[in-house]
Design a protein around this ligand. Structure first.
Ligand SMILES: [Zn+2]
Length: 245
């Protein structure tokens, strides 16, 4: 992974404006990777992609993550902290190219979803469950009932659920679930930690602040944007203090 300059990070933020999450993830990976081709980055499975994004997050903003959640039972807002280390512990191993589920008479062979799959399905789904079913269809490599070939549409729900469960357990970093307990009503639930949404939100907040700082310094001193972005945060902050912001 290569370190991203302020200039490069702003460029990524601009390029990802209005883009779907998978595209933002690819822009970030591609800007911070060491000469890897976009096609290769797009063919990483989602857990591997997300592990790299966690490492990038650590590089950009440090290890500590402040998270907010809302209790689904009583609506109380919950604030808690995590570390990138703890989340990275869920990832790491090399994942198999092909997986197999044997459920009763059925045998299903499949692979794990990648960014390419998400890219191919852009605009073709209306909700999470239709995305999940279309992703499964794409990732299915073969299915049999006894000695007969079976189509995806003919697989019983129970078999499909087993395939989904196996996909999730094979690539835990693609689906990081946090076990939360509400301090107000003691309700317990699982919440998904979405690194793409989390990191993009942070980058957006950072970019707005950075542009404001460039505006203040450029209009006070007449400096160029590129020179202001190339300064260390300490130097920028000192100048900002001097102009009374
Ligand atoms: Zn509650």
């Amino acid at each position: 992974m290569v370190a991203l300059s302020c200039h490069e990070l702003l460029r990524v933020w601009e390029a990802g404006h209005g883009s779907p999450p998978y595209r933002r993830a690819l822009l970030l990976l591609s800007a911070s990777s060491d000469n890897e081709k976009v096609e290769d980055l797009a063919s990483l499975n989602i857990g591997c992609r997300d592990a790299r994004l966690l490492a990038l997050r650590e590089e950009l903003f440090g290890q500590d993550l402040l998270c907010l959640a809302q209790c689904p039972a009583c609506g109380e807002r919950l604030e808690f902290s995590l570390t990138t280390n703890k989340l990275q512990a869920a990832a790491g191993e090399t994942l198999p190219r092909e997986l197999q589920v044997d459920a009763g008479e059925y045998t299903v062979v499949f692979r794990l979803p990648t960014s390419q799959d998400l890219m191919a399905l852009e605009g073709q789904y209306t909700d999470t469950s239709s995305l999940q079913s279309q992703l499964l269809r794409r990732c299915l490599l073969g299915a049999q009932c006894g000695n007969e070939k079976t189509a995806f549409a003919d697989l019983p729900n129970q078999v499909i659920e087993e395939v989904i469960a196996r996909m999730e357990s094979a690539d835990p970093a693609a689906d990081i679930q946090l076990a939360l307990t509400c301090p107000g009503c003691a309700h317990r639930w699982q919440a998904l930690f979405d690194i793409v949404a989390y990191l993009w939100h942070e980058i957006h907040t950072w970019a707005i602040r950075m542009i404001r700082e460039v505006h203040l310094l450029a209009s006070t001193y007449g400096w160029h944007e590129a020179d202001i972005l190339a300064m260390s945060p300490q130097r920028r902050n000192l100048y900002l203090e001097l102009i009374g912001t």
